[in-house]
Ligand binder design. Structure first.
Ligand code: DQA
Length: 139
């Protein structure tokens, strides 16, 4: 399968950002492990801190890739524009969060994306991404 992982704002700092919440592993190191584990698949990783770039990526890949895993970071809780982009495309999209957003501040409980995604995985640390890949491969 061709699978795209999209990370939104501040997730380029994984490994050094609020490590008590997000852990001490960089996403690049974790992604290399995923590539090793899912050798038979083509995994691509994209990160941007800009809402428009995330939308452009959804547009350019969302009609040809087999599945998209998105952690939109704080845009999850604010971006109708990203939700509309997910609605517009054809590839199935899974919303992922490293932390259990429902155990955290109330403003993190609302997601604009959940209603337009195939499913949501949150709270399993970086393993949330692996679980999302498994879910896409089974569906
Ligand atoms: C996050 C949760 C968001 O609330 C936060 O803004 C992030 C990361 C997570 O993966 O747990 O940037 O999406």
């Amino acid at each position: 399968m061709n699978l795209l992982i999209i990370n939104g704002p501040n997730l380029n700092l994984l490994g050094k950002r609020e490590t008590s919440i997000y852990g001490s592993e960089s996403f690049e190191d974790y992604f290399n492990k995923l590539v090793e584990e899912f050798k038979a698949d083509n995994l691509v990783y994209y990160q941007s801190n800009s809402e428009g770039d995330l939308i452009d990526k959804l547009h350019s890949e969302g009609y040809k890739t087999d599945g998209i895993i998105i952690n939109a970071g704080a845009y999850t809780h604010t971006s109708l524009a990203i939700a509309d982009a997910i609605s517009a495309i054809e590839s199935p999209v899974i919303e992922v969060h490293i932390s259990n957003v429902h155990k955290r501040e109330e403003f993190r409980h609302k997601s604009f994306l959940s209603a337009v995604c195939k499913g949501v995985i949150a709270g399993f640390g970086l393993d949330s991404y692996r679980l999302a890949i498994e879910a896409l491969k089974r569906s």
